[in-house]
Design a protein around this ligand. Structure first.
Ligand code: SF4
Ligand SMILES: [Zn+2]
Ligand SMILES: [Zn+2]
Length: 321
C-alpha cells in the first residue's frame, strides 16, 4: 500500500482516520500531534524567557511511552532556552525488571544530553515493590501501593527541582481507559480532579495548591502508534511487562476498548472528546472547594486526613515486616 501523502510505501494504516502513511509522514504526524497538544494546553508560558526559563520534569520509566515523549520534547525544545528539561526515573525495587528499563533511560538521556535523576522507593520509603507485593498488609493489588508511592515521589521531586510542569507519557489508550473507568465507577469528583490535574488547558485549571501541574502531551497518540514511532526511530525502549502488573479492572477495560475500537474505529477519540467537555463542566461545578488543605503529621504532604495515604501504607508495611 502506498502513502497517502507521497509515493513511498506505507508503514501503517490508521482505521480511525483512513490514512495510510509512510515512515516519514507517520513520524511527522506523531510529532505534529504532540506539538499541537503542547500548544492547545498552553504549556509554554508567555512570560518564560531565556533569562527566566521554566523547568519541565519528565517522568521517564524507560518504557516506549516515556522514551518517545522524552525524545520528542528534546527535539522540540533542546534549542529553546526558555525550557529546561530534567528526566526523572523511579526505581521501585522490582528484580530484573526496573534495572533494565533504567539502562534504557540512561542510554537515551546520555545520547540526548538531557539531565537525568533516579530515585528509589528503597531510599525514599525503605520499601521495595517485590517485598510490598509479598507482604501486602492492606490486601490490595501491588499497583495500588506503587501508584501511591510514585505520585508521592514525582510530586516531591518535581518541587525539589523547582519544576513548573511534570510531564508523563500517557497515550490515548491510557487516557481513554481512565476516562471510561471513571465514568463506569460513577466517580464524577474524580472526573473533575482529572481535569484539574492534567486534562484541562493550564490556565483553565483550578490551582492545585501544593501540586506541580501535570501534562500528558502524548495523549492524542494511540498506543500502537507510540510503539511504532519508537521502533521506526530506533529508540532504546524497554518492553517487558512488570511482573506485578495486575490492575484487573483496567485490564478488562483495555480489552473492551480494543474490541470497540476494532468494530467502531475512532471510539477512543470520541470518548476523549466527550469526556474532556464533561470533565471541564464537572471541574467548574466542583469549583475549588475540594482541595486538601491539611498537612500530613508524618511527612507534611497535603492531605485531608491526619496522615497521608503514602505514610499510612509505609506504616502498615513497617508493622507487617
Ligand atoms: S505495573 Fe504496577 S507494580 Fe509494576 S511498576 Fe507499574 S504500578 Fe508498579
Ligand atoms: Zn509519505
Ligand atoms: Zn505523609
Amino acid at each position: 500500500m502506498q502513502c497517502d501523502k507521497c509515493d513511498a510505501e506505507a508503514v501503517m494504516h490508521a482505521a480511525y482516520s483512513g490514512l495510510h502513511l509512510c515512515a516519514d509522514h507517520f513520524t511527522r504526524s506523531v510529532e505534529k500531534r504532540v506539538r499541537r497538544r503542547i500548544r492547545e494546553d498552553g504549556l509554554v508560558p508567555d512570560d518564560a524567557t531565556p533569562a527566566d526559563p521554566v523547568t519541565w520534569v519528565i517522568g521517564l520509566s524507560g518504557g516506549k511511552d516515556s522514551v518517545v515523549l522524552t525524545q520528542i520534547l528534546h527535539d522540540t525544545f533542546a534549542k529553546d532556552p526558555r525550557i529546561e528539561l530534567v528526566a526523572l526515573s523511579i526505581h521501585e525495587g522490582i528484580e530484573g525488571y526496573r534495572d533494565r528499563s533504567l539502562e534504557a533511560c540512561e542510554e537515551l538521556t546520555a545520547e540526548l544530553g538531557v539531565r537525568h535523576e533516579t530515585v528509589s522507593y528503597a531510599e525514599e520509603f525503605g520499601v521495595r515493590m517485590d517485598e510490598v507485593a509479598e507482604e501486602d498488609p492492606e490486601n490490595m493489588a501491588p499497583c495500588a501501593y506503587c501508584g501511591v508511592f510514585r505520585r508521592d515521589v514525582l510530586s516531591r521531586y518535581a518541587e525539589r527541582f523547582d519544576a513548573d510542569l511534570m510531564l508523563t507519557g500517557h497515550n490515548l489508550d491510557d487516557e481513554a481507559e481512565t476516562a471510561l473507568m471513571n465514568v463506569l465507577e460513577g466517580d464524577v469528583e474524580q472526573v473533575a480532579k482529572h481535569f484539574d490535574a492534567s486534562l484541562g488547558p493550564l490556565e483553565e485549571r483550578t490551582e492545585q495548591d501544593h501540586h506541580v501541574p501535570r501534562a500528558k502531551p502524548l495523549r492524542d497518540v494511540p498506543e500502537k502508534e507510540v510503539a511504532l514511532y519508537a521502533q521506526l526511530e530506533d529508540l532504546p525502549a524497554h518492553i517487558t511487562e512488570c511482573p506485578h502488573a495486575e490492575e484487573a479492572f483496567r485490564g478488562e477495560i483495555q480489552r473492551l476498548m480494543l474490541d470497540l475500537e476494532e468494530d467502531h474505529p475512532g471510539t477512543r477519540h470520541s470518548i476523549m472528546a466527550g469526556y474532556e467537555e464533561l470533565a471541564a463542566l464537572a471541574a467548574d461545578a466542583y469549583g475549588d472547594g475540594r482541595q486538601e488543605h491539611g498537612e500530613c503529621e508524618r511527612c507534611g504532604a497535603p492531605t485531608g486526613r491526619d496522615i497521608c495515604r503514602k505514610c499510612a501504607l509505609v506504616e502498615a508495611l513497617e508493622e507487617s515486616a
